[in-house]
Ligand binder design. Structure first.
Ligand code: 3PG
Length: 406
């Protein structure tokens, strides 16, 4: 970014890709971490006299306008968090965006509507993405530049993340630079023992990550909803009504995880006990069951696992306490419901108290840490990237970074 600022941006229209993909409830932003992390670059550019046009996605709309995915609540939250003048366009590259971009004054910010309302953003056809990138670039009218500050989205080969860098002089934003700097220390020379804690609900999202991190880490801890598919696939345990991805039960990359860990001398830690509930509800009755015997409790085969049990949480915390580097992605249970938040809380507490270099990655885990009332400064780094941080740690190349030629 300094290179761009050194050239002078006064009066120029600068297109910034930010990651403003935040959780919403009843039309309000429930965790504004990504918005706060995106503001410094916008403020820096505005202070230097740029006319800032921001493009971002929210959720996964199906390539057409859908009011529930409008960035309007984000614009409203932004306006509360900054003294910048933030206008909002009603579309992406249509009449509203063009007119608002043309009217933009030095130091003002224009937020375009959700870039994923346009099917070309995520298209697999290069020419379609290039066409949208061209339209976005055209909003900057001649003397523009592009800044990618959307660290959370750099793993996506999307028009506003990657292709746009072909259409405008492209620069790396400060947030992207800072995130890469931290993650580099994890891949290049992590202090050992190096523990990776993975949670969240979907094995399909995480299986490649688990496979790729097993050779790099000393210990991989697995919690969250994905435990049940693994318990059923690997250990053949009955899991009641717990979350399961049936098509993965015979998948060799799932059933072979233990062998892979053994081969690399990596400890793979699974929960030994689970909080089983009578159903998926904040006030559901619940009890702790051993992982090998989940169906023989009060709710029988109707029981649903919603959190790791206390013995598992303590064992995970113990492992975290003896580590020198810890990377955590994904909650241990349904932390949004008080009754099923203990596992996530114990893991977060162990990280917060640890002297180790701790990195919390991923929208959900970062939101969990804040929702559970932890002080962000007790962690080494809270990343704005979920999939992006994981793919970086896996050693994959990131299209949004590649496109910058960095
Ligand atoms: C994220 O939430 O990890 C990023 O904003 C990317 O979103 P996506 O997974 O929908 O591409």
């Amino acid at each position: 970014l300094e290179n761009l600022l050194a050239q002078g941006v006064e009066g120029r229209k600068i297109l910034v890709r930010s990651d403003l993909n935040v959780p919403l409830k009843d039309g309000k932003v429930t965790d504004d971490g990504r918005i706060r992390a995106s503001l410094p670059v916008l403020e820096k550019l505005a202070a230097a006299g740029a006319r800032v046009i921001v493009t971002a996605h929210l959720g996964r709309p199906k390539g057409k306008p859908d009011p529930q995915y409008s960035l309007a609540p984000v614009a409203a939250r932004m306006a509360e968090l900054t003294s910048l003048a933030v206008a909002q366009a009603e579309d992406l590259t249509g009449e509203s965006a063009k007119a608002s971009a043309a009217e933009l004054q030095n130091g003002q910010v224009l937020l375009l509507e959700n870039v994923r309302f346009d099917p070309r953003e995520t298209s697999k056809v290069d020419a379609e993405r290039a066409e949208l990138a061209g339209e976005l670039a055209a909003l900057t009218a001649g003397n523009g530049a592009f800044v990618n500050d959307a660290f959370g989205a750099v793993h996506r080969r999307h028009a506003s993340v990657a292709d746009i860098a072909e259409k405008l002089p492209a620069y790396q934003g400060d947030l992207v630079a800072a995130e890469l700097e931290v993650l580099k220390t994890l891949t290049e020379n992590p202090a050992r023992p190096y523990t990776v804690v993975l949670g969240g609900s979907k094995v399909s999202d995480k299986i490649a990550v688990i496979e790729n991190l097993i050779p790099r880490a000393d210990t991989v801890i697995i919690g969250g909803g994905m435990v049940f598919t693994l318990a059923k696939a690997i250990m053949k345990y009955p899991i009641g009504k717990s979350l399961v991805e049936k098509d993965l039960l015979e998948d060799p990359s799932v059933t072979g995880l233990m062998a892979l860990a053994q081969k690399h001398g990596t400890t793979l830690l699974f929960p030994t006990d689970i909080v089983m509930a009578s159903g998926f509800a904040a006030d559901a009755d619940h009890e702790v069951r051993p992982v090998e015997d989940l169906e023989n409790g009060t709710y029988g085969a109707e029981a649903m696992g919603l959190d790791i049990g206390p013995a598992s949480a303590e064992a995970f915390a113990e492992e975290i306490r003896r580590s020198k580097t810890v990377f955590w992605n994904g909650p241990m249970g349904v932390f949004e419901m008080e009754a099923f938040s203990a596992g996530t809380r114990v893991v977060a507490q162990a990280l917060a108290e640890s002297e180790a270099f701790t990195v919390v990655g991923g929208g959900d885990s970062a939101a969990a840490v804040r929702a559970l009332g932890f002080d962000e400064s007790s962690f080494g780094h809270i990343s704005t990237g979920g999939g992006a941080s994981l793919e970086y740690l896996e050693g994959k190349s990131l299209p949004g970074i590649e496109a910058l030629g960095a």
